[in-house]
Design a protein. Structure first.
Ligand code: DAH
Length: 343
């Protein structure tokens, strides 16, 4: 029995070593034959069992079987290791059979397209781009624009107020005052930028939206200059067939004030669902700069006159690209935005 166990331990140690260090599946198969095959020493040891005294046979047999199972386990785990290693070695760095991925096509946002086009039309007739802060003071957003703080437009339902008495500008008009305070006339600017209002986010309103402000100030600017400039712009932007309509309106910072309509792009003025049967689409608010605004920025209202306008590029983009819901502009869905990529 003692000899039997000594031989068994020897075989076990040697076999475990050989199986564990097999480098290939062939090596492993050889090790299996050598340690578990018919002629293996372990098999021979098992065959010697009947020669042992009867009472020793069960425990000797159990020992031998444990070794046999250990070999089998070792063979299995080593085989898995070798296969994993060779898979890793054989895997190519990239799979040349994979189909190519479509490339994302970047596109300018439709509102940016409209802003650039509008600014370019005005640039050609002498207007430069100006910018102003989106976080404003009530002074610039309202008071300097002849809008007292008890005016309905300042109602907190329309304005996002920030801590410290600041607010998010509700229009780009405050940039008029900022530019006039720093610059002597003549002034011709267009001011694109974001504005914020506590409006519901629905098909025709967004709480954050673009505006383009325009301002021209000089000696001798008249309503004729105002009308001619707007008409020129509308023809350039909407086409020679487009007509304009100036509707009397009210803004605190212009006198007289107008809302300007363009003949409906879809029906040409006959009346359709886009223009609610009127044949007209509103595109901007505008007017002659109120003398009170000039006084507020330190200009002599006796000497200078001017006109101003404000329009919404998103609304205009809706008309131009036939987009039925303004929210599409602000959801950042690439499937929508991609469509504005140049062909
Ligand atoms: N600021 C106005 C608005 O947000 C739009 C506007 C109207 C701008 C008349 C102007 C203007 O410059 O003259 O509704």
């Amino acid at each position: 029995m003692a000899d039997f166990l000594t031989n068994l331990r020897e075989v076990e140690e040697e076999g475990a070593e050989v199986i564990g260090s097999a480098a290939t599946l062939d090596d492993l198969e050889n090790a299996r034959i050598e340690y578990l095959g018919r002629k293996a020493r372990l098999t021979q040891l098992l065959r010697q069992l009947p020669e042992l005294p009867v009472e020793e046979r069960p425990s000797a047999g159990a020992e031998a079987n444990t070794v046999k199972r250990r070999f089998q386990d070792l063979l299995e785990s080593r085989s898995a290791e070798i296969r994993a290693q060779s898979r890793a070695r054989e895997a190519p760095e990239f799979d040349p059979t994979l189909p190519a991925r479509a490339r994302w096509r970047g596109a300018r946002h439709p509102c940016t397209l409209v802003i650039n086009e509008i600014c370019e039309i005005f640039r050609e007739i002498g207007f430069v781009r100006a910018r102003g802060p989106e976080v404003e003071t009530p002074d610039y957003n309202f008071i300097k624009l002849n809008t007292p703080l008890d005016h309905p437009a300042t109602d907190e339902h329309d304005t996002f107020y920030l801590p410290g008495g600041l607010l998010l500008r509700t229009h780009t008009s405050p940039v008029q005052a900022r530019v006039m305070e720093k610059t002597e006339p003549p002034i011709r600017i267009v001011v694109p930028g974001m504005c914020y209002r506590r409006d519901p986010f629905d098909a025709s309103h967004a709480p954050a939206f673009e505006q383009i402000e325009g301002l021209a100030v000089d000696e001798g600017i008249t309503f004729v200059d105002f009308k001619a400039t707007i008409n020129y712009f509308v023809h350039r932007f909407f086409g020679a067939d487009a007509s304009t309509r100036f509707r009397p309106s009210f803004f605190p910072f212009t006198e007289p004030s107008a809302e300007i309509d363009v003949s409906c792009l879809l029906c040409g003025g006959d009346g359709c669902s886009a223009c609610k049967g009127t044949g007209w689409l509103e595109i901007m608010g505008a007017g002659m700069v109120d003398p009170a605004v000039f006084e507020n920025v330190g200009y002599d209202p006796e000497r200078y006159t001017g006109f101003a306008f404000g329009m919404g590029p998103a609304r205009i983009a809706m008309l131009r690209y036939r987009v039925p819901d303004i929210r599409l502009f602000y959801e950042g869905d690439v499937r929508f935005l991609e469509q504005f990529a140049p062909a």
